[in-house]
Design a protein around this ligand. Structure first.
Ligand code: PRT
Ligand code: ZN
Length: 308
């Protein structure tokens, strides 16, 4: 059973950790999936901003993604899940960089996108020097300004908080620097991506504020579960039969496999069974190469949980 408290005072229970995640948007679904992958169940009902898990000492604060870096930096929340685009922007505003300004526990591999410069399709773009004296609209002035400085460019920044893609049509900018994932928004606005400024993905961050020893224990448990679940997500268990003589070539074909188990096959002295945990995905191409090397009865299984 899950209890949620709407807008209520948060109960301070010493060993409970608090995590900030995006209420609704591109980060929310995967953030909840990550918690579920850790065996932590929290099910907020509509409009609830604070709720807690009954099966793990963890409370959830549902907020706008823009608020997450500060909530974690100030220690209001112990952990947060946010895109590196926001963290990098904030780090550069503090004259720092992504890794030194934040304690990044894990790169999560979702909400992948890039901060890119785009210009109207009619703009004759050759290279960065084509942007000389141009006005570029962005919601990421610090990242763009850092890029301009590093590339010694002569570009004027127009800061906008939203709807950046319409700035060229409104005549307030010559180009834009905005987040792109599929490219559909650029296409719909007759813009062309020309330079990638920064690549972003979701990360789990931890507060720099010191934890009590009880909270530290919960935090360690949580981090171990995140690591175990992420390792399991990226891993596969493979089982196959192969000629004894092909053992080394088969093992060399298995991506990220450590010390495979080799078993005898009853009634067959020439062939063996090989089982291995692969720390990477196994694609059809790998299976085809294994078959070519003499493998048969190849089974690839998902790994649900892992503790190392
Ligand atoms: O309300 P709240 O402030 O929480 O939400 P938000 O609207 O600010 O954020 P949201 O949900 O749009 O994005 C949250 C995070 O997801 C961002 O900070 C990024 O880390 C990540 N992300 C991944 C993206 C995109 N992909 C993305 N495509 N954030 C925004 N976009 C926007 C982009 O700004 C542009 O308007 O989507 C449009 C482009 O998408 P494509 O697919 O057409 O290229
Ligand atoms: Zn936002």
């Amino acid at each position: 059973m899950v209890k949620c408290y709407e807008g209520a005072e948060m109960k301070t229970v010493n060993n409970r950790i608090r995590i900030a995640i995006q209420k609704t948007g591109r980060l929310s679904e995967e953030s909840f999936r990550l918690l579920a992958g850790c065996g932590i169940y929290v099910k907020p009902r509509k409009e609830q901003l604070f709720c807690h898990s009954d099966n793990f000492p963890l409370d959830l604060l549902l907020v706008r993604d823009d608020d997450i870096p500060n909530l974690v930096a100030e220690g209001t929340c112990d952990f947060g899940i946010v895109g590196t685009n926001l963290l990098q922007e904030k780090a550069l505003q503090n004259s720092s960089d992504l890794e030194s300004n934040n304690e990044i526990i894990r790169y999560l591999g979702f909400a992948l996108c890039r901060l890119a410069i785009a210009v109207p399709k009619s703009f004759s773009y050759q290279n960065l020097s084509s942007l000389k004296k141009c006005r570029i609209a962005t919601s990421y002035p610090a990242i763009l300004s850092d890029y301009i400085k590093k590339n010694k460019l002569d570009i004027e920044i127009t800061t906008l908080t939203g709807s950046v893609e319409i700035a060229p049509r409104l005549g307030i900018a010559d180009g834009i620097c905005d987040l792109v994932s599929t490219g559909g928004t650029l296409e719909a606005n007759n813009l062309r991506e020309v330079e990638v400024v920064f690549k972003s993905q979701a990360v789990l961050i931890k507060s720099p504020k010191p934890f009590s020893s009880e909270k530290q224990r919960t935090a360690r448990l949580f981090q171990n579960r995140v690591e175990g679940s992420e390792l399991a997500n990226g891993s596969k268990y493979i089982m196959l039969h192969a000629p004894k003589s092909a053992l080394s070539i088969i093992v060399s074909l298995l991506p990220g496999a450590e010390r495979p188990t080799v078993l005898e096959l009853q009634g067959d002295t020439k062939r063996i069974a090989i089982h291995a945990l692969c720390r990477e995905n196994i694609f059809w191409e790998t299976m085809e190469s294994l078959k070519k090397a003499g493998a048969s009865s190849i089974l690839v299984l998902p790994v649900e949980k892992m503790l190392t």
